[in-house]
Design a protein around this ligand. Structure first.
Ligand code: FAD
Ligand code: DLZ
Ligand code: SF4
Length: 507
């Protein structure tokens, strides 16, 4: 009789890591459970639910083919208890294991839920370190200790040294750690823009799609066509595809936005990476190879590797360092509810319509859309950061709290008061106009500063700064901006504030 019950969560689909790497096939029953609590703790996008459940089912098949005993509970099992704790209790009754093991969950919420179960059930549970990251939680905490400011750039250099990625001995390849200055080009419509690689649903995915249609008709998002990778083999093809077609221009156009081009030169790998179908270091080695073989320039390779071993690792470090208090951060005491159009895309603002529209269609928007369009607008409008957080967690196929929350509350909303960034990513319409072609198709005029036709970002930008002057006025990086405001004629200032008031009243 098997002695170990090993719970594999929906974002732990990696064969040779964590608890699975340590398990003995002859002594282990693997429990995988589709449960309503995980599909609805926020109203996840239909495509995100389909991705996770289909990938879970394919992974269970792969385990079984590899000789593992898998106890798989489907969402439409009539006996489904709807929670991970409920399924653990039932599985313990079925198998009478001598120990229960899990790889540490990525989310604080899930870890607390499982710990509670372990205690109240009296069964206990062993948590195995999740070694799918470059830096462990302890390593990050040690790095952070005693530092006044936790800047990603310095942490990133440590990760470069640790992994040896793009290092020439002790020095960074090309003599610089960061080539971002070359990465801010606006994009032009290009006939040769790469299409992502798509995968048609197999019968397993088709069953999941029917289930999602039936169970979650009111959730946000267009379910079909569903063409994302749901197995490691497919995710590896997506990686190959990106290295060949996207990476060479990734750096140059990383911050660009174009109407009708939801993906540009981005990799679309985060959804696969975050559920364990790909490994961060394997991705970075492929990117590094492309550079050394002359198939990608250094600004692209360095820029991409920085996103993975820099930003992604740093964000996870912050999450575990600061939770659970971090979840309540609200530096500006913002209290406006999220505008309804975030769920429908129905707005006259072309930039928001595009970013939200493609989110509804694909459960995807790239970083600058998330940061400078939807995030920027919410912060300028004074939306409650926890509402913004729940929206991001629900709508993106790659969203798990450990990565989504610090990006939203910290980077995008400045709700942590500047732990992640030295100033808020607040911008008027001019930034969006520079980095995209959205404004030419907008009912508002980006050049108009106030009045009914003015781009709403313009008055909202000043209103945000004035409203929060007490909190931001002493920020050295905003000194120039506040001096500009102070020099403005009183009448102009009043126009800005009145226009902002009208816009805010309308949303
Ligand atoms: P690419 O542009 O191809 O980037 C390469 C990879 O780098 C990504 O796949 C991702 O793994 C990593 N990466 C890049 N930036 C970040 C970052 N800031 N934090 C962590 N990893 C990063 N990313 C998520 O994976 N899940 C989220 O829930 C998430 N929520 C976000 C919320 C907000 C408000 C913002 C501003 C950013 C968020 N990001 C999140 C980061 C980033 O937007 C996505 O990782 C990226 O858009 C995913 O698309 P891609 O795979 O095409 O990325
Ligand atoms: C995101 C998600 C969804 C939609 N469904 C499940 C599920 O049914 N069963 C499961 O084990 N995991 C699911 N997940 C992923 C979990 O929410 C994930 O384990 C947590 O986000 C912890 O990181
Ligand atoms: Fe967005 Fe303003 Fe440009 Fe319209 S004019 S697309 S609202 S930035």
């Amino acid at each position: 009789m098997a002695k170990t019950l090993l719970l594999v969560l929906g974002d732990q689909l990696t064969l040779d890591r964590g608890a699975l790497a340590q398990a003995d096939r002859s002594d282990t029953i693997i429990l995988m459970a589709e449960v309503a609590a995980e599909t609805t703790y926020v109203p996840h996008h239909k495509k995100k639910i389909a991705l996770v459940l289909s990938a879970m089912r394919h992974f269970a098949d792969q385990l079984q083919r590899g000789g593992w005993l898998v106890d798989y509970v489907k969402l439409d099992d009539p006996e489904n208890s709807e929670s991970l704790a409920g399924e653990l209790t039932k599985a313990v009754a079925r198998h009478a294991p001598s120990r229960v093991v899990v790889t540490e969950p990525g989310e604080f919420r899930v870890k607390a839920h499982l710990s509670d179960w372990a205690e109240t059930s009296g069964t206990g549970m062993e948590f195995v370190t999740d070694d799918r990251f470059v830096a462990s939680q302890d390593e990050f905490a040690n790095w952070a200790e005693g530092r006044k400011q936790l800047r990603m750039e310095y942490f990133y250099r440590e990760m470069r040294r640790k992994t040896g990625l793009l290092m020439a001995g002790d020095e960074p390849e090309g003599g610089k750690w960061n080539f971002d200055a070359e990465n801010r080009k606006p994009a032009k419509a290009d006939l040769f823009m790469p299409e992502p690689i798509w995968f048609e649903p197999d019968p397993v995915t088709e069953q999941v799609l029917e289930l999602v249609e039936r169970r979650f008709p009111d959730h946000i998002g267009q379910l079909r066509p569903f063409r994302y990778a749901v197995t490691r083999d497919q995710a590896l093809l997506a990686l190959d595809h990106f290295i060949e077609h996207g990476l060479p221009s990734f750096g140059d156009y990383q911050d660009a936005m174009l109407t009708g081009e939801p993906f540009l030169y981005h990799s679309l790998l985060s959804g696969y990476l975050n559920i364990g179908l790909l490994d961060p270091i394997e991705i970075c080695r492929r990117v590094e190879d492309a550079y050394y073989c002359g198939r990608a320039p250094l600004n692209a390779a360095e820029g991409y590797i920085r996103q993975i071993i820099g930003w992604r690792e740093y964000i996870r470090g912050i999450y575990w360092l600061k939770m659970p208090e971090y979840a309540d951060s609200n530096f500006f005491n913002a209290d406006r509810p999220l505008p309804e159009f975030y769920w429908t895309g129905e707005t006259d603002m072309a930039c928001l319509r595009a970013a939200i529209g493609q989110t509804i269609e694909h459960a995807y928007a790239h970083h600058i859309q998330r940061l400078m369009v939807t995030g920027n607008f919410a912060m300028l409008a004074g939306v409650r950061p926890q509402d913004v957080h729940e929206w991001y967690l629900a709508v993106y196929m790659d969203a798990y709290e450990w990565v989504e929350m610090p990006n939203t509350l910290g980077m995008s909303q400045f709700a942590d008061g500047g732990l992640l960034g030295s100033k808020p990513y607040a911008a008027s319409g001019n930034y969006i106009s520079k980095m995209s072609d959205y404004c030419s198709g907008c009912r508002y005029d980006v050049k108009k500063k106030t009045g009914p036709d003015a781009c709403p970002f313009n008055p909202l930008y000043w209103d945000f700064l004035v409203r929060n002057r007490e909190k931001l006025g002493s920020n050295p990086r905003l000194g120039q901006v506040y001096r500009t405001w102070d020099r403005m004629a009183e009448e102009k200032k009043q126009d800005y504030l009145t226009s902002a008031e009208t816009i805010l009243a309308q949303i």
